[in-house]
Design a protein around this ligand. Structure first.
Ligand SMILES: *Cc1c(COP(=O)(O)O)cnc(C)c1O
Length: 486
């Protein structure tokens, strides 16, 4: 039975072969892949190999032509969108799961940790009554949550929508600032993207309650079935938190499912200075969070939390299949002592969402929390919020800078201003391109109340406080160079 290590995919072998180039990559001493060396594309662009080159040659090309030309995302200066590199604990646990438990089902230590880590997250986020299920990202997590909402809305009128399909038009109430995966989820769930009613926000990006109430009343009058109220706990653009408590009350009065999209912003609840802003969270029916954003997990890890996991079971259960029944027991009979991990599937996560085969993700969250604890996470989140607050303060004080949002979380949009500039949006867009090409500070841009801003979003374990000052200095330097060219 003994095989060459190379054939069984052992980590030791792989790390020996590519560990050095990964290490080098993470020192970020190279410049950006796109600008530094054009040869990598030529080296990689080969026809499908008919004869294999062997594992040694594969690891050599990985080290030479792939890893060094990887993504800027894990770079400490990268603050675009809401994404960052995996922490060491996270990368380690992903690799462990990859090798030691390729599937999350079956009653293994990994399956056990899947549930334990979900309970840890629920406790850490002050929602201890919620049960979770992991999926690949906020997109799928929102889909799963809204699948629960669809089930709830139609069961109330005596229909099982998952089994029988839809019989009525529905309304979903989300702010104009909601992430576009809400619309896509509604498309996939068959209720239609147009079912999402775009509710306006105030100047701080928070949903207006008067408009929410009016939209629900208007749909009810037309015989449209209200399906879900969707709140943002941290909008993607500026990190605004909707008035959760008021929304929860409106949802309760109208018996509508209340969903909170905290893909980015849920971990903000750890910052006790702003914990009040999450009041009402515990009244939600579903909540999502992306450990692969602010917690620093490797990409591909999101969580949907619900009060009642049985509703997800009814929304997403697979019909029985011959190849499954009997091979493994779903639940071991109480009198049979479990002899083998294949005697029990463990918790049937595959019936609570849309994935059957799926990696063990809980072990990643478990490893990260073991490493730094809730206190370590809290310290990191507070540091990131402080960085955004620092930018807000300095931009307010400097005559050539202007902040565009007062940060609730770790995003502060700002722009370069000077009376000589006629087109501020165009100027800042060009400034941003120059800034990013220098490869040290890589924020993105967005529009805040119609004005283009440079948008750093601090979520990475490698984002250090000094970078907030550094970014402002870099913007001022480039801005003044551009002014001199006018
Ligand atoms: C990022 C984000 C999503 C989508 O999450 P992915 O993990 O990228 O699929 C959904 N909602 C909000 C508020 C987000 O910030």
């Amino acid at each position: 039975m003994k095989k060459e290590l190379a054939e069984t995919g052992q980590l030791k072998y792989l790390l020996e072969k590519i560990g050095g180039s990964l290490d080098q990559f993470l020192r970020f001493e190279h410049s950006d892949a796109q600008s530094s060396d054009k040869n990598w594309k030529e080296s990689l662009n080969k026809p499908v190999p008919q004869k294999g080159i062997g594992i040694d040659a594969v690891s050599k090309s990985l080290s030479e032509w792939v890893i060094p030309y990887g993504s800027p995302v894990p770079n400490p200066g990268f603050t675009s969108f809401i994404t960052t590199g995996a922490t060491t604990a996270s990368a380690l646990a992903s690799a462990a799961a990859n090798i030691a438990s390729p599937q999350r089902y079956m009653m293994t230590a990994f399956n056990f940790i899947e549930e334990l880590s979900l309970d840890w997250l629920a406790e850490m986020f002050s929602i201890p009554d919620f049960k979770g299920v992991y999926s690949s990202g906020g997109s799928v997590a929102n889909l799963v949550a809204l699948g629960g909402a669809r089930q709830y809305a139609f069961e109330k009128i005596g229909i099982d929508p998952a089994a029988e399909g839809l019989t009525r038009a529905v309304g979903v109430y989300a702010s104009v600032q909601c992430h576009h995966t809400i619309q896509r989820s509604c498309g996939v769930l068959g209720v239609g993207r147009r079912a999402v009613r775009p509710i306006n926000c105030d100047a701080d990006g928070r949903m207006l309650m008067s408009e929410l109430k009016a939209a629900i009343a208007s749909d009810k009058e037309k015989g449209i079935l209200p399906m879900a109220i969707v709140a943002n706990a941290g909008t993607t653009d500026i990190g605004a938190i909707d008035p959760l408590h008021e929304m929860a009350e409106i949802a309760k009065e109208n018996e509508i499912w209340f969903h909170v999209d905290g893909a980015y912003g849920l971990p903000g609840i750890l910052d006790e200075r702003i914990k009040d802003r999450y009041k009402g969270l515990e009244l939600a029916d579903s909540i999502i969070v992306d450990p692969h954003k602010w917690l620093g997990a490797s990409v591909g890890i999101a969580t949907t939390f619900v009060k009642d996991r049985e509703i997800l079971f009814r929304a997403f259960t697979q019909e029985p299949a011959n190849y499954l029944e009997g091979t493994v027991q779903q639940q071991a009979e109480p009198e049979t002592k479990i002899q083998h991990s294949a005697d029990d599937f463990g918790i049937p996560y595959f019936d609570y969402g849309v994935e059957l085969s799926a990696p063990c993700r809980g072990v990643v969250v478990w490893a990260m929390l073991q490493e730094i604890g809730v206190e370590g996470m809290r310290a990191r989140i507070k540091k990131h919020n402080d960085m955004a607050a620092h930018i807000y303060k300095l931009a307010g004080e400097h005559p050539q800078l202007e902040a565009l949002n007062k940060p609730e979380l770790s995003i502060c949009c700002f722009r370069f201003v000077d009376k000589k500039i006629e087109d501020l949006d165009g100027f800042n867009q060009r400034l941003h391109r120059r800034l990013v090409r220098a490869n040290e500070y890589m924020p993105s841009t967005t529009k805040v109340n119609g004005q283009l801003g440079i948008r750093p979003c601090y979520v990475g374990a490698r984002h250090e406080f000094e970078q907030a000052d550094g970014l402002l200095q870099a913007v001022l330097k480039i801005g003044n160079e551009m002014l001199a060219e006018i």
